[in-house]
Design a protein around this ligand. Structure first.
Ligand SMILES: O=C(O)CC1=CCC(=O)O1
Length: 98
């Protein structure tokens, strides 16, 4: 199942720089591991915002929650999830049917 996930990051302005660097390094490693495994096929920066728009491919809602809640930045994010369905005008569907 595909989900569009918007993640808005809100780090405290007074966060210790070493703590911040550690969280960001763990966040990068965690997301890149999931990208390589195919669970996180797209990640885009939302221009002008400390936010990303991602597509996650997981079996169900429980797995999605597991993946998101293990993000090192999870305590510092507002997350909005949109379940994705196929669009009838998607030409990729025509290619699949022929
Ligand atoms: O958008 C960000 O910078 C937060 C984030 C999520 C995964 C990642 O590597 O960074």
């Amino acid at each position: 199942m595909l989900f569009a996930v918007k993640m808005d990051v809100h780090l405290p302005a007074d966060m210790d720089p070493d703590v911040k660097a550690d969280i960001l390094a763990r966040e990068k490693a965690y997301s890149q591991k999931l990208q390589k495994s195919g669970v996180w096929p797209h990640i885009w920066r939302c221009a002008g915002q400390y936010s990303n728009l991602s597509v996650l491919d997981v079996d169900d809602n429980d797995r999605l929650h597991e993946v998101l809640s293990q993000l090192p930045l999870f305590p510092y994010m507002n997350i909005e999830v949109t379940p994705l369905a196929t669009h009838p005008s998607d030409i990729a569907l025509l290619e699949q049917d022929s």
